[in-house]
Every structure is written in structure tokens, then in C-alpha cells.
Design a binder for this molecule. Sequence first.
Ligand code: AMP
Ligand code: MG
Length: 412
Amino acid sequence: MTDQCFSSELLHLEQALSRILKVVQPIKGIEKKSLKNALGRVLAQSIYSPINIPPDRNSAMDGYAFASDNIVKNKNFTLTHVGTSWAGKPFAGKLLKGQCVRIFTGAVMPENSDTVIMQEQAEVNQCEITFPENCQAFDNVRQAGGDVKQNSCLLASGKKLTAVDLGLLASAGIHSVEIKRKLRIAYFSTGDELIAVGESLITGKIYDSNRYLLFGLLENTCIEAVDMGVVADDKVLLEQAFLSAANAYDVILTTGGASVGDADYIKEILAKLGQVNFWKVAMKPGKPVAFGHINNCIFFGLPGNPASVVATFDKLVLPALQKMVGMQKKSVLRFKATCQKILKKQSGRQEYQRGILTQHPDGTYSVISAGGQNSNQLKSFSQANCYMVLAAEETEIAVGEKIWVEPFERFI
Ligand code: AMP
Ligand code: MG
């Protein structure tokens, strides 16, 4: 990032995001962890299966195994039962023509067998087993490597490990993996008007809600987040907080003080200690967002208003954190829904209004505003389940019009 990148213009959200993604890079540190300690962490390298999965050809049913050349077309046929293949205890012999073995789900297919007929279709008369006409050759057999071939890619680098991934790794006999270290993030609120929950409210003060928002937004297996409290609107104190956090963390997030009021020092201090890339984005809620860095530490100065904090976190910070923790790129789920009640906005900024999305029995979606859309209003955010994405130039959306919605999904 250079000073030439500095921008005092109002950037479109996409421009701001692409500048952010150009600057932030995946962290380098790697840790080796056992499977249970790797859940929710990001793989640091691709993993190739050391074995076929399943390792052996085996039965998908409880039934009888035999060679398909015993099948008689359009006629039932009888084979002699010569042994049993249990799951974990295979039949040791070799099947001859006219013979079958009793076999259970997961048991290894005996040599010279390629077909399993389920037990419900077999008629047992002591050692003579009769099978119906129209038996299909090769039925009910799972091939070795039918799920995963030996040496093929099991999981790609950048995969955030899910419960299913742990199961998949275990099925390949892998007991530990290399994952990215956690991303270290420090966050604090700024503002002389803020008091902490638990203190009594006095005129002119408000409770600091942003640190609780950020606590929740940053709660993640890939992140180690530290709450640095509230810093007053005081240049010296802010400078100290910036410097101490920049030395110890990968990312600093602040809220408040990012706009153009007399007590808004964030941009000024960021410019003094590091570099400002941009500080205004044409989105609503959330116009004043400072982005830059102090040495190797990435800095986001989010707005003070709580609804703006959430929207700017979702749209600008989250994609950056996903890249920094080494995750594969994640696309945002977005589709169209029918507007149920007139929506209004001012022209100029792309808006992320809070909406309530409903799916109808025929599978279609409709959406309605979740309530107050001002950037200080959190209640509608709490009731909403989606963003309604309204283009910058739009001013009114009529009932029945289709609009873009993005269901809330906040994980990295
Ligand atoms: P600022 O960007 O500092 O001018 O703040 C914009 C608005 O957000 C003001 O009304 C602030 O009082 C409010 N605000 C700032 N920080 C917080 C916070 N941590 N919790 C709740 N409201 C805040
Ligand atoms: Mg302030």
C-alpha cells in the first residue's frame, strides 16, 4: 500500500472491497493439530489420500455373494452356500462355479465374486440358496476407491474443516493436519459518550454496544480476538492504543470517530502512524469506514453507529478476514424476492436495508422491511433475516417488484 492509493473520494463498495483484498494477504503461520483440535480451522495444505476409500471391494447389503456368470437369464437358479464373509472377518476361500457365500454389509467380497443379492430375495433350503430370475450382475458391490482413489486430493488447502471433513480424514487414516494459526485481532470502541454495561446511565452517555457486537461477530474458531475496552476521544490515548495493538496483532478494528466531526481522530491518527487507503464508502448504513495499515497490521476504522458496524463488518471486514485466515473464497448467497411493501431510499448510496424474508409453499420468496433503517437502530437488525440490496440510483421500489436479497449467514 502506498500513499498514492490514498483516496478521499466516496468509493463504491466493490471498489473498496477490491482495494482491501489487494492489500490483505493470508497469514503465514502454521500449526500441526490432531483431528479433534482442527475442527473449524483452515487447512494450510492440500491433503491427498494415502489409501483407497473404501480400502477393499465390499458388500453394500446383507445377502449372498457369488460370481455373476452363475446368473441364468429369465430363470431362477440355485447355488451352494460354502461359508460366510463377516464385516471385519472376510471369507478366506475362493469361490467356485455354483457356489455362494453369506455376506454382511461392509464385509470384503470373496475372490471370484462380483455380485450380491440381498437376503430378502434369497430362498434358503439348508445349504442350497435359490435366487430369483432377473438378478442383476455386479449389484450391491462397493468398489475399492469408489469414494476416494488413493493419491487423489481429499481436501484442498484453504478448506475450513467441518465435522464431515474430520470424518473424511479419519476414513483415510489421517490423524493430524497442518492448519493456519489463528488470526489475532484487537478491537476497541472510541467515544467520550460511552459507558460500559453495568454502570449507571447519566444524561449524555450511552452504553457501549459496539464491543458486544464485535465480540459476537469475531467469535470464530479461526480468530483470537481481544477486547481492548473504550478509548476516549483523545489523540494521545488513541495513538497509544493504536501503537500497542499494531505491535501485537494482525488486525485492529475500532468503532466511532471515523467521520468528519471535531472529535473524529481515527483517520488523522492512522495517517500519522501508518497509511490510509480510503475512508469513505458509498454504502448505507456505513459511509465512514477507514481502511489502511500501521506497519504490518491491517486497520479498519468502522463507523460508530451500531447498524453501520454490522453492515460494514459483513461487507468489508469479513471478506478480508476470510482471506487472511487462508480460506478458499466464499461467495455470498444472493437471490431475488418480491417486495411486499413499498421501500424508499435516497439516491446516491447502495443500501443494505434490513428485511424479513419469507419462503412460500410454492418455493417463491417475498421480503418486507424489518423496521427502522437508521444507522443507529439495531432492533430491526435483530428481527431481520436478510439484507435487501438496493442500488445506489434507486429511490423507490414498488410492491411486486423483484429485489436482491442476501440471507444472513455470518461465518468464515
Ligand atoms: P461517531 O462516528 O464517533 O461520530 O459515532 C456515530 C454515532 O455512533 C454517535 O451517535 C455515537 O454516539 C454512536 N456510537 C459510537 N460508538 C458507539 C458504541 N460503541 N456503542 C453505541 N453507539 C456508539
Ligand atoms: Mg465519536
